[in-house]
Design a protein around this ligand. Structure first.
Ligand code: UDX
Length: 431
């Protein structure tokens, strides 16, 4: 919304939320999320054509186009638990729009699973009192950490709508917004369902690439190949391309797992168990990769982490974001806590958080790198080594360290998908 305000000075953008503290933060000096470049955009537009408010009904009443961006977490109970999206917030947003609207509106929805546009259309038209609504699906493809650049220069903008004259008119209205800065050939329009499914499919394809390279990383370790070399060689094929082939401790973030689970649920509901199982496997490999990392760590350290200090460098699900939702670091840390003997409810008290990598690693037995922050590439590893217990271990879940250099210093190094340290070969990871 901030980027729309920046690129379209003639459009007034009001961002509304029920959370008073959140809106206060958006109106304050310290924005509630960290995203490179966002500060400048918000500060440039705020008060001119970008406003943050808790007066939801007033702004919905006044709006021509409404972007509904409430969250749709995976259901934790009831029908479809663990897979389907929880649409509680969505439904109440739709009912509120129906209650307060007095003029025709275009309602646009961000990422929600296939067929919710239809549900929302039903709620709105059954409560319309003569008002006409058009529902569009305009999923965004921005990634955290690069959101502003992704929005300034998107590969494509996708707008789905009804194939009726009114639907096409609504699509055009939203196209006109994006066309103020996006070349027209990158603005794609489709029917409503194709747009929704494309979002799920794009995220599933991206996650599948990571699971594919991570599956290869296990084979590389077992056979002495180097996954970075394999990725490079594979990615040079222009049909495959070089992006998203970085082996890791696993993918995280608020989208990939949730969207694949949705896809799986939709396949199952449509009687396609083989297709559902195919996509499920992407998540299974991701879980396997996180487990494998923990097992490797524990087995290398004489099969026990009890009484040891492990420094975790990085907790966000990727660099350049403060977001820790579904981060693989959560599962790795939980996995390590399980290995503490005896496992007690007080295990979590054994976790402390510090700002500084040197402080975190002081007197540690091992280091786990779980986010690829640039600063971890240039740390003074000699200084870190000197202050650690020996033997000193580094488990690099993001392939950021220079393995040879660290081995020269004296570390025992495990780096995802790289040929194993002789030490690790003698300590096969337990299944
Ligand atoms: C993703 C999609 O990229 C974006 O298009 C969509 O709109 C939202 O979901 P995001 O979750 O912000 O974006 O981050 P992304 O860069 O896709 O990374 C997701 C996870 O995959 C991270 O944990 C990242 O570390 C991991 N990853 C990514 C890898 O492990 N290897 C790679 O090569 C790329």
């Amino acid at each position: 919304m901030a980027v729309i305000a920046l690129k379209c000075p003639s459009i007034e953008v009001a961002v509304v939320d029920i959370s008073v503290s959140r809106i206060a933060a958006w109106n304050g000096d310290q924005l509630p999320i960290y995203e490179p470049g966002l500060d400048e955009v918000v500060k440039q537009c705020r008060g001119n054509n970008l406003f943050f408010s808790t007066d939801i009904e007033k702004h919905v009443f006044e709006a021509d186009i409404i972007f509904v961006s409430v969250n749709t977490p995976t259901k934790t109970r009831g029908l479809g638990a663990g897979k389907a999206a929880d649409l509680t917030y969505w439904e109440s947003a739709a009912r509120m729009i129906a209650d307060v609207s007095k003029s025709n509106k275009i309602v646009e929805k961000s990422t929600v699973p296939v067929k919710t546009a239809e549900a929302i259309e039903k709620i709105l038209t059954h409560n319309s009192r003569g008002i006409k609504y058009q529902i569009l699906s305009n999923p965004e493809f921005l990634a955290e950490g690069t959101a502003i650049q992704d929005l300034f220069n998107p590969d494509r903008v996708l707008i789905g709508g009804r194939e009726t004259p009114e639907g096409q008119k609504a699509i055009q209205a939203l196209k006109d917004v994006y066309a103020q800065w996006v070349p027209e050939d990158r603005i794609i329009s489709t029917n409503l369902w194709s747009a929704e499914l494309s979002k799920l499919a794009a995220n599933a394809f991206l996650a599948q690439r990571i699971s594919s390279v991570n599956a290869m990383s296990a084979l590389c370790e077992a056979t002495g190949a180097d996954v970075s070399q394999v990725s490079h060689a594979v990615g040079k094929d222009t049909r495959i391309g070089p992006k998203f082939l970085q082996a890791s401790v696993g993918f995280g973030g608020s989208c990939f797992q949730k969207d694949i689970l949705n896809l799986v649920y939709i396949c199952e509901c449509n009687g396609l168990p083989e297709v559902a199982n195919y996509w499920k496997q992407v998540i299974k490999i991701n879980d396997y990769q996180k487990n494998r990392f923990v097992n490797r760590l524990v087995s290398s350290m004489f099969n026990t982490v009890s009484g040891k200090k492990i420094a975790i460098l990085g907790f966000a699900f990727k660099k350049d974001t403060g977001d820790t939702r579904e981060t693989p670091a959560i599962d790795v840390c939980k996995g390590l806590l399980v290995h503490l003997q005896p496992m007690s409810p007080s295990a979590v008290k054994k976790v402390s958080v510090v700002w500084d990598a040197y402080e975190a690693t002081k007197d540690a037995h091992g280091i786990c790198i779980l986010t690829e922050w640039d600063e971890f590439k240039t740390l003074d590893y000699q200084r870190i080594f000197d202050n650690m217990q020996k033997p000193a271990f580094v488990f690099d879940g993001r392939n950021v360290v220079n393995v040879d250099k660290l081995r020269e210093i004296g570390f025992i190094v495990y780096s995802i998908g790289k040929p194993l340290d002789p030490w690790l070969q003698d300590m096969p990871a337990v299944a």
